[in-house]
Design a protein around this ligand. Sequence first.
Ligand code: G
Ligand code: MN
Length: 271
Amino acid sequence: MFGSVAEVTRELRQAMDEDRFRLAYQPIVHGGAICGTEALLRLQHPVHGEVAPGEFIDVLINSPLLVPVGQWVVTAAVDQISVWARGGHVGEHFHCHVNVAPQQLGDTNFIDHVLREIERSGIDAEHLVIEVTEQSLLDLTRRSSGLARLSEAGVGLYLDDFGTGASSIAHLRTPLLDGLKIDRSFVAGATADPRDADIVDGLISLGHSLGLDVIVEGIERPDQLARFAPDDSVCVQGFVYAPPIDAEQMTRYLVNGSAPLSPTAVDPDGA
Ligand code: G
Ligand code: MN
């Protein structure tokens, strides 16, 4: 859609200037009840409509615009959590997940911003979860003080896309981690290769034995739900419940409390 790096950068700057970033929210479900949501960045384009981060995230992460956009994401998520909490729509263990790039964790100003926004909004810090990739844990000497400050304040830390990064299982030992999200490629792959299902089982056990919460990502169909989340020992995120939706729709889900299976979740057996 967008062309060169320069063009994407121009689009990002304009979107920031014109307040055209939005957050979409995808429900995270535990035993049929909504236990959290992942906030996902969207750019509202005057011609192309809603643009997903795949179109711009690589440029954003390597651009100075990561600073203001990253801060905007935290502010918007914290404000939304505050609205939900004041409305009585979320329980005390509700988590709103925000994706954070490794560069942000090494930036003291970013960490200060997160802590300041929690204080300003008055939300319970435990409602906020930072999702980091394995890449973020590779250079812990530079990033651990930021992670530790967030963790001490009560912010949750989850390892995202687990199983696909180039780092080591030893990183799961970091005492700062609260949970892990198993990458959706294993769930998708399990249809063709049962070893992928075995990997998901193994990662769930590994996570649990380390005392981590586990979210299985990319559950699209009822058969996958039955296979990977037969009970309430894991949380689930995926199209089987809902794609990323806007804040109003997410609020409706929260008011209902439970998550119906999505009518668009296709069961391969037609059941
Ligand atoms: O890896 P991360 O936690 O950032 O995953 C969020 C991304 O995964 C979002 O872009 C979202 O649209 C996508 N996603 C969420 N659920 C599903 C799913 O069930 N199937 C697929 N293919 N993608 C999904
Ligand atoms: Mn994520």
